[in-house]
Write a new protein. Structure first.
Length: 97
């Protein structure tokens, strides 16, 4: 996790990350003020057939390709995760989490 600046106290440090509902939330490690929501380390599907599953655990290439082509509102983290999983399944090479 990179260092973030607290807008309240001005501290620039690695924040405290707390899981709240489906979000990871960054709080100032000094004063406890909310800083921002941060992306999950392991991208997951939050809608569809594989809802709640890690992208790296889905082996249905057809679904992964369809999802990538048809779902517009994807985070960069999820989009890259799907591309990497497709490449891993097709070639057996690459990053697999």
């Amino acid at each position: 996790m990179e260092k973030l600046a607290c807008k309240k106290c001005g501290l620039i440090d690695v924040p405290k990350i707390v899981k709240k509902s489906n979000n990871n939330v960054a709080f100032c490690s000094d004063c406890g003020t909310y800083i921002k929501n941060v992306p999950h380390d392991i991208p997951k599907f939050y809608i569809g057939k594989y809802k709640g599953m890690a992208i790296s655990s889905v082996t249905d290439v057809g679904y992964l390709e369809w999802f990538l082509a048809n779902i517009e509102k994807l985070s960069a983290n999820a989009r890259e995760g799907i591309k990497a999983q497709i490449a891993f399944i097709k070639t057996g090479k690459g990053r697999h989490e």
